[in-house]
Design a protein around this ligand. Structure first.
Ligand SMILES: C[S@@+](CC[C@H](N)C(=O)[O-])C[C@H]1O[C@@H](n2cnc3c(N)ncnc32)[C@H](O)[C@@H]1O
Length: 311
């Protein structure tokens, strides 16, 4: 079970969450329950709600957290507000987001996240949810594919790869991970470092699109900030520059008072500062952790505290 997913920067997360007995916390990306277990071991007196959209993660975490009594919820964190309302939770004292996919999801060949393992091209974290990667690559227009690869993958060859997909599917539908990998190689070549990077970028872009990851993140961060009680903490670890930019921008906006254009003399926006950012720059993992947990290499942690005052 401990190999499900090695939690990243667990002690830094605990430092910023500042757990307190009797208070309410949410692990919005439960995964294998590694961070949740650290939280419960560190402060068994907390009330913990764990959320994940992947049924397998909920099962793995419920086994790992036996002996404690967290409330585990299979849901997308974009529905945080509704899910907590169902559970009669009005305010929370801390929330952790450890974004992206778990090592377990990547390792499970049949989930279709890896380009080097033959599997159905799926990539849904929630297997009950809408379109798979196969639907997206086969049914999106060239323009849509190019946009996905460019925006979410920052891939230089986005257009050429989009065209290659378009040509391929005039013959047959793309079914598998390795089939898509070969189409990418037909454009960028095989065996080189660049080719490997292109496959990583295209698969990551598709995963972000399939799971609508960036929209879910923006919605959940706004709601989480509003749900925090005064003094409550939000901690977010991201592994992709687009995610980190969203976290940085949402935190900065939430920290600002008036956001009226400078030409306006008297404020009309009623915007007020809700949080204090605790990490001016993202916190990175220490070299020792990076050496033992490769996933921590790209992690960027940002944290903020809810202010007292207007709610
Ligand atoms: C990096 S793993 C978390 C690992 C966890 N911290 C641990 O220690 O085991 C991310 C998890 O978040 C889940 N996830 C990602 N986006 C989600 C979303 N929008 N709603 C709910 N769960 C999500 C994934 O299914 C995955 O299990």
């Amino acid at each position: 079970m401990s190999t499900y997913h090695e939690p990243v920067m667990p002690q830094t997360c605990m430092k910023y969450l500042n757990l307190q007995k009797g208070k309410i916390y949410v692990d919005a990306t439960l995964g294998g329950g590694g961070h949740a277990l650290t939280m419960l071991q560190q402060e068994p007196g907390i009330r913990l709600y764990g959320i994940d959209q992947d049924e397998e993660a909920i099962k793995a975490a419920s086994e790992r957290l036996q002996g404690y009594s967290p409330v585990l919820i299979k849901a997308n964190f974009k529905d945080l507000r509704t899910q907590l309302a169902y559970n009669k939770v009005k305010g929370i004292d801390g929330i952790l987001f450890d974004l992206g996919v778990s090592s377990h999801q990547l390792d499970e060949t049949e989930r279709g996240f890896s380009f080097d393992r033959e599997a159905d091209l799926d990539m849904r974290m929630d297997r009950d949810a809408g379109n798979s990667a196969k639907d997206i690559v086969n049914d999106s227009s060239f323009e849509e594919l190019k946009k996905i690869f460019k925006e979410y993958g920052e891939e230089q060859a986005a257009g050429r790869i989009g065209r290659a997909i378009e040509r391929y599917r005039t013959e047959r539908r793309i079914q598998s991970t390795t089939e898509l990998a070969r189409i990418i190689e037909s454009v960028v070549g095989a065996g080189s470092k660049e080719s490997l990077k292109a496959k990583v970028r295209i698969f990551q872009a598709l995963r972000i699109r399939v799971n609508d990851e960036l929209n879910a993140l923006s919605t959940a961060l706004d709601d989480a900030i509003n749900l925090l009680n005064p003094g409550g903490r939000i901690v977010v670890m991201s592994y992709h520059s687009l995610e980190d930019r969203i976290v940085k921008n949402i935190f900065r906006l939430a920290e600002q008072d008036c956001i009226c254009p400078p030409a306006i003399i008297k404020c009309v926006c009623s915007h007020y500062s809700k949080i204090k950012i605790l990490t001016r720059r993202p916190v990175l993992a220490e070299p020792e952790e990076i050496a033992s947990n490769v996933r921590s290499r790209s992690a960027k942690l940002r944290a903020a505290e809810k202010k007292w005052g207007k709610q």
